[in-house]
Design a binder for this molecule. Structure first.
Ligand code: ASP
Ligand code: MG
Length: 403
């Protein structure tokens, strides 16, 4: 009997009617003779609301308690959805992450999954039940509830699909699939039928909010075919697989407004300084994205880098301290920056893609503050206010829209 893992995002279980409709879809899947494991997110904006309550109480909520709070959101969804399945006459049982031993490390609010004990799930599947698992959460080696980072239910779904050797992993969401650009920003954006893991990885890490980055990494590592589908219709969505269909020069334009740029000014230019700066930041568990060091003038250079905008508050004190220690002149930071990127595995075989991107931005009068490239993407940091114009003109420049 085929085993299917289905994941439903928060918007698909935002209210009772939506929960009932998800339950009907699950029942149909089970009726067709499949074993079904379902992963759900917290309803609607529950996680955001919980977080704002936490920050109303304190500017620095302890991360262990944040996890304790956030994990309750998914528990609302699993219980209500399981009740809905029961009332349709579809046998089902719900489990929290800790109940199915989704074991993680102790990095609260961004924990990594170490292992999953699938025994209990398998036992219930054998009894003919649909198993509904809370996404985004696990239990640490120290027996504390952990969460897997925003959007972490995707990772729970892929991890379960791998551990259970599922035949397919379907990600149900409130969009019709993966697009050439954010369809709310670019009206002519097209749905992609297939996309490779590598392209999807760049798109998620560059800010396309459809799937959590780690879930795609995991899917790539274990070769789990992902099927991103709308939960509100029967449209076919997008397959995320090893290789896309063809390799056009670029497959999408994406942006990320959650960026902050930090510059440490007049840093003494000698060996070990970059190591000192970035080990300090790593110690705070903060991811650095782009890094630029200016040419050395009189033995001094400026070091600029970008981090997630949300990390700025946590990063600044540490960076100011290290700046003092290495005798730099000062620290400047800005949250009014964003990153726009073009992505495509075909880039390598089409020369001149970078030049076209820069000329397109230049024609729009948009200043590029930082640039980074990889084999399959080019990213530019620009002013946050210019994002919409940049994305639209790049989408047009590379002929991505519907004709
Ligand atoms: N509820 C969590 C979040 O909002 C996890 C998820 O939706 O995947 O980030
Ligand atoms: Mg999500």
């Amino acid at each position: 009997m085929p085993l299917i893992v289905q994941k439903y995002g928060g918007s698909s279980v935002a209210d009772v009617e939506k929960i009932k409709s998800v339950a009907r879809r699950i029942k149909r899947t089970a009726k067709k003779g499949n074993k079904v494991v379902v992963v759900v997110s917290a309803p609607g904006d529950t996680t955001d609301r919980f977080l704002s309550s936490a920050y109303e109480i304190t500017a620095h909520p302890p991360e262990r308690e944040v996890d304790m709070l956030l994990a309750t959101g998914e528990q609302i969804s699993i219980s209500l959805l399981t009740m809905a399945l029961h009332s349709l006459g579809c046998p089902a049982i719900s489990f929290t992450g800790p109940q199915v031993r989704i074991l993680t490390d102790t990095a609260h609010t961004k924990a990594r999954i170490l292992s999953i004990d699938t025994e209990r799930i398998k036992k219930e599947l054998k009894k003919g039940k649909v198993v509904v698992v809370a996404g985004f959460q696990g239990i640490s080696r120290e027996e504390d509830i952990t969460t897997l980072g925003r959007g972490g239910s995707d990772t729970t779904a892929v991890a379960l699909a791998t551990s259970l050797k599922a035949d397919s992993c379907e990600i149900y969401t409130d969009v019709e699939g993966i697009y050439t650009a954010d369809p709310r920003m670019v009206l002519s954006a097209k749905r992609l039928k297939r996309i490779s893991y590598d392209e999807m990885l760049e798109l998620s890490s560059l800010g396309a909010k459809v799937m959590q980055l780690r879930s795609v990494e995991l899917a790539k590592r274990y070769n789990v075919k992902l099927h991103v589908r709308p939960s509100f219709s029967n449209k076919e969505g997008t397959m995320i697989v090893k290789k896309g269909l063809e390799a056009p020069e670029i497959c999408g334009v994406t942006y990320d407004k959650n960026q902050a740029k930090i510059t440490i000014q007049s840093v003494p230019d000698r060996p070990g300084i970059a190591a000192a700066i970035f080990s300090e930041i790593a110690k705070k568990n903060i991811n650095v994205d782009m890094i630029i060091q200016s040419a050395s003038l009189k033995g001094l250079t400026d070091v600029s880098f970008t981090i997630a905008g949300a990390d700025l508050g946590k990063a600044l004190p540490a960076i100011k301290e290290i700046a003092k220690r290495i005798k730099a002149k000062g620290v400047a930071s800005s949250k009014e920056v964003a990153k726009v990127s073009i992505v495509g595995v075909g880039m390598g075989s089409h020369p001149g893609v970078a030049a076209r991107m820069f000329s397109c931005l230049a024609k729009e009068g948009i200043n590029i503050e930082m640039i980074s490239t990889s084999e399959i993407k080019i990213s530019c940091v620009i002013g946050e206010k210019e994002v919409k114009r940049a994305v639209r003109s790049l989408h047009k420049e590379f002929g991505l829209g519907r004709s």
